[in-house]
Design a protein around this ligand. Sequence first.
Ligand SMILES: [Zn+2]
Ligand SMILES: [Zn+2]
Length: 156
Amino acid sequence: MPAIECPRCFTELEYTGEWWTGIACECENCKGILADNDWLESNLIQEDYHRLRARVFRGSPGEILCPYCLSVRPRRPIGMTKFTVSPGGKSYEIDGCQKCGSMWFDHGELVPYEEGGDDEPSVDGAGKKKDSGGDLDALDASIHLLDMLFNIFLSF
Ligand SMILES: [Zn+2]
Ligand SMILES: [Zn+2]
């Protein structure tokens, strides 16, 4: 696995445990998440995946370079395209790469789902499940990402 740098902090991203397919990694510092094309394609419903891809091509130039293209041979600086979706009145900005299909999700885009928990059984205060180790955090991150994507597709 190549070392991939956070496009915001320039620190090395951590692979978030066993994801099903493809590469998804998280920045320990800013908590942004990068998901590569394989991951998105295999974890999303085909139709949603293609709609999301189409949005990348209609987006406007973003401020960050694709961390995946910068890290994987041949290393190339590819500017990502940003687009905004607004599910349920919340706005999310997503950066996508037209070349490799990776997408970058800033931590802010995940926050509403960390605090919301609409479809999770409510747990008291600091009642975060602590019964297993770091793998749970990785799983949480993937679930947050899937939750967020699910909500985004509702807005299309
Ligand atoms: Zn970062
Ligand atoms: Zn790329």
